[in-house]
Design a protein around this ligand. Structure first.
Ligand code: HSE
Length: 308
């Protein structure tokens, strides 16, 4: 028996929501899990690229694979160990670009294995296991549930979460550069501690952001999409971010921009097709920096992971 699931891409760290706010995009990885009939065949992991540009050679094909790790934790949860298992990952989400490709593989393995096992784990358990493997919940929550998700990793390992309706006319444009940025490197540039002043800044912006989304208030959202926890430190690693921030500051129908997850993709939020008005200027910025950039505009993905 085998089960395939489709998992969306995600953008973590939305504005001031470091490690707690993420949103799903309609770009997908497909993960298939099957218990192989041949006893003793062990773990088999296959990766099929939809786009030859993705660097999949570095993805582990053994028990260190993150999809396998998540599946192993699920089996352990029901007091079992996975023995002979085949995982196939069809990649449609760019790797190491801040678009949640790791989270989608973790969630894909987990949800597919949960189906195979007769759904022993509920959503909360799946979210807790996926967050444990990923290290933070802001990608895995929207990967499972779709939409904008607020998530909080609690001290007991559980994850509190809430899905918040995203305004229909707020579009998401991702500027995906031609270079990778490993999350471990991008996390290593963050300081051990920040000042009370910066923490207070993010607390009030985060509260404003949630309120802006509930009220679909563009002006308030513009003021909310700021951050002092990670973006100032990661800015040197994300080519064009400073220039894009300056460009969008006072443009009509542009709500704001933020680093997607740990970067290097940049997210621009616009009202309707507002991005079209600045597209040429955005292209000019990347041309001047010698960076090839794949630019795509999406509506939010609201379905989350689906069994296919
Ligand atoms: N919140 C995470 C980080 C997202 O900033 O490191 C990247 O996986």
């Amino acid at each position: 028996m085998k089960v395939s699931v489709k998992v969306p891409a995600t953008i973590a760290n939305l504005g001031p929501g470091f490690d707690c706010l993420g949103i799903a995009l309609p770009l997908y990885n497909e993960v298939t899990v099957e218990e192989t009939v041949m006893p003793g065949s062990g773990i088999e992991i296959n990766i099929i690229e939809e786009d030859e540009d993705y660097d999949i050679l570095s993805v582990p094909r053994d028990e260190n694979n993150i999809a396998y790790k998540a599946i192993e934790l699920l089996y352990n949860f029901i007091g079992q160990t996975p023995n002979d298992i085949k995982i196939t990952i069809k990649t449609g989400i760019p790797i190491a670009r801040g678009l949640g490709s790791s989270a989608s593989v973790i969630v894909g393995g987990l949800v597919a294995a949960n189906e195979l096992l007769g759904r022993p784990a509920d959503d909360k358990i799946l979210l807790a296991i996926a967050s444990e493997v990923e290290g933070h919940p802001d990608n895995v929550a929207p990967a499972i549930f779709g939409g904008l998700c607020l998530s909080s990793l609690e001290t007991d390992g559980s994850v509190a979460y809430s899905k918040i309706e995203w305004p229909k006319d707020w579009k998401l444009t991702v500027l995906i550069p031609d270079y990778e940025l490993n999350t471990i490197i991008s996390r290593s540039v963050l300081p051990e501690s920040i000042s009370i002043k910066d923490a207070a800044f993010n607390v009030r912006k985060c509260a404003m952001l949630i309120d802006s989304v509930y009220r679909c208030d563009d002006e308030s959202m513009k003021k909310s999409l700021k951050d002092k926890i990670h973006q100032p430190y990661r800015e040197p690693l994300v080519k064009g971010f400073k220039e894009i921030c300056e460009l969008v500051e006072n443009k009509d129908d542009i709500i704001g921009c933020t680093i997607a997850g740990a970067g290097p993709t940049i997210l621009i939020i616009s009202k309707d097709d507002g991005f079209e008005k600045i597209k040429n200027e955005v292209n000019d910025i990347f041309t001047s920096l010698n960076v090839d950039c794949d630019i795509r505009t999406f509506n939010v993905e609201n379905e989350g992971t689906k069994v296919i």
